[in-house]
Structures are given as C-alpha cells and as structure tokens.
Design a protein around this ligand. Structure first.
Ligand SMILES: O=c1ccn([C@@H]2O[C@H](COP(=O)(O)O)[C@@H](O)[C@H]2O)c(=O)[nH]1
Length: 274
C-alpha cells in the first residue's frame, strides 16, 4: 500500500476528519494585516496552518497561486511545504502531464525536489504521460476524472461510442494503472449524485473532492457519497470559504480564531457523517 495513502487513511481515522485545506493564497485576497510583513503569503499560510492543524487530514497547495508570482512565489511554495504538519497528506494541485520524457521531470519536481505526497494530473495524453507519476508507488496520483466546474460537460461528460461517459472510461483506466494502491481520482463535490456512482464503481481508489463552499458543494454530501466502505479513502477540499473568512481583523490571532472556527465547523460536519 502506498505510504502516502496509508498516512492519509491513518490521519482520517485518528481525527475523524477528511478536511483538506486548500492553500489558494491569492495575495489580493489575504487580509491587510499581513501586507506589511516581509513575506505576506508565507506568513498567511503559516497562520492558516496553525488555525487548521488540529482539524485537517490534508493540505492542497494549488501551484498556480505560487507560479504566477515567479521566484518569490516558488520560495513561498517551498517554505509552505516545509511548514505543513508531517502527519497530514500534502497535495500539489499542479494538474500536470506531458509526453513521458517531460512528465518524468514533472514527477521529479513534485515528488522529489518538492517532496509532496500527492499530485493532480490530467489524463488527456494517456498512459505514457502518466506512467512516470505512477512509478512513484509510495505517493498518490490524483487523475482528473469528473471535475467540479460547469465545463466538465464539454468533454468529461460526453458519451463515447461504447455508451460510457468519458469520465467513466478515465475511471476504468485509472483502476488498471495503479501500483501499490497509489491511484486516485478528482471528482467535484458539485457532482454529488455521480460521486456516489463512481465510489460504488471503484471502492479501492482514493478520492480528492474539491468544490465545497465557494462552488456550492456540501461537505456532508461529499463525505457521505465519497467515503470508501471503511469510511476513509477520500479528502474533501475547501479553499476560499475557509481561508478567507469575512470580517475586519485587528490582529493575526483574531484572524486565526475566525479560520479555526470555520475549520471546526467543517470538522463537526464530517464527524456527524463518518
Ligand atoms: O475539479 C476540480 C479540480 C480542482 N479544483 C481546485 O480545488 C480548489 C477549489 O477551491 P474553492 O475555493 O474551494 O472553490 C481550487 O484550487 C481549484 O483549482 C476544483 O475546484 N475543481
């Protein structure tokens, strides 16, 4: 069994939490309190980690918010990864994949240079583009399957000649590609009824479920439909609705308290269902 997956399941069971905290740390949205600091995004991330640590099973770093800031962003990504609690699953939401020769370097970047436990990848270019990721059998590779956005209808929900929607074909292939239980899929919380169908089809896959909060998905539905038969095997991501609480904060600790309250609420919702 992949050690990343083991780690995630241990954390889910010990905490009774599937909460994945999304560090979509958009500098234009972080509270002004942080703006005068030398590294506002890193300090913001550290505050979020302090506030959510006791409730989180995983952290997802969406690399777009760091890459868009060039070198300074990459330094923040590096130091954020080091600040994550080692008992939580760390996910690079990088949505990579290319010809095999190039994918090998993407895999090295996100599994070795930055030693994340997991990465998100796109299935469009087929098995040889994903094989370099699956070769890391101690990690978790989340393949985009049925995404949370309305545009999932453009390709993912298209019906193939054999009568299956494309996302079902992706699911079937991912099941055969996994090594040592290192495969996962991304399914949007906004697709709750289909989420249940996919879970029934693939009880052995690990699920990353984004789309709760700002995109309208419900935490309880996501956990209910997405958990595996042992009530583990999935993490549910919340980014904006958790890390950007509304309010005018006079101190960092006031800000952290607001985030902690929101994380505790989400954790309570999860515990009620698990
Ligand atoms: O289908 C997908 C795949 C990835 N995402 C990512 O998850 C978070 C969601 O952010 P919220 O603020 O909680 O809406 C973000 O990083 C997306 O890029 C997704 O939403 N849907």
């Amino acid at each position: 069994m992949s050690s990343a997956r083991d780690k995630a399941n241990r954390r889910i069971a010990s905490l009774q939490s599937m909460l994945c905290v999304g560090l979509d740390s958009d500098p234009s949205k972080i509270p002004t309190l942080f703006h005068s600091m030398e590294r506002p995004v890193l300090e913001f991330n550290r505050a979020i980690i302090r506030a959510t640590g006791e409730h989180a099973a995983a952290y997802k770093v969406n690399t777009a918010f760091y890459e868009s800031r060039g070198l300074a962003g990459m330094r923040d990504l590096d130091d954020t990864l080091q600040a994550l609690p080692p008992e939580c699953l760390s996910i690079a939401d990088a949505k990579r994949a290319d010809i095999g020769n190039t994918s090998r370097h993407y895999a090295k970047a996100f599994f070795e240079t930055w030693p994340f436990d997991a990465i998100t990848v796109a299935p469009y270019m087929g098995f040889d583009s994903l094989e370099p990721f699956f070769e890391y059998d101690d990690k978790l590779v989340f393949v985009l399957c049925l995404t949370s956005n309305p545009g999932s209808a453009d390709f993912e929900e298209r019906i193939l000649d054999d009568g299956r929607p494309l996302y079902r074909a992706v699911l079937d292939r991912v099941r055969s590609w996994q090594r040592n239980g290192n495969a996962g899929i991304v399914v949007g919380a906004t697709k709750a009824s289909l989420l249940q169908e996919l879970r029934q089809e693939a009880p052995e896959l690990f699920f990353l479920i984004p789309g709760v909060g700002a995109q309208g998905g419900s935490m309880q539905e996501a956990v209910n439909q997405g958990a595996d038969p042992d009530r583990g095997g999935a993490v549910v991501n919340v980014s904006r609705a958790l890390i950007f609480p509304k309010g005018d904060f006079r101190s960092i600790s006031e800000f952290e308290e607001a985030v902690r309250r929101e994380a505790a609420k989400l954790h309570d919702d999860i515990k009620e269902v698990l």
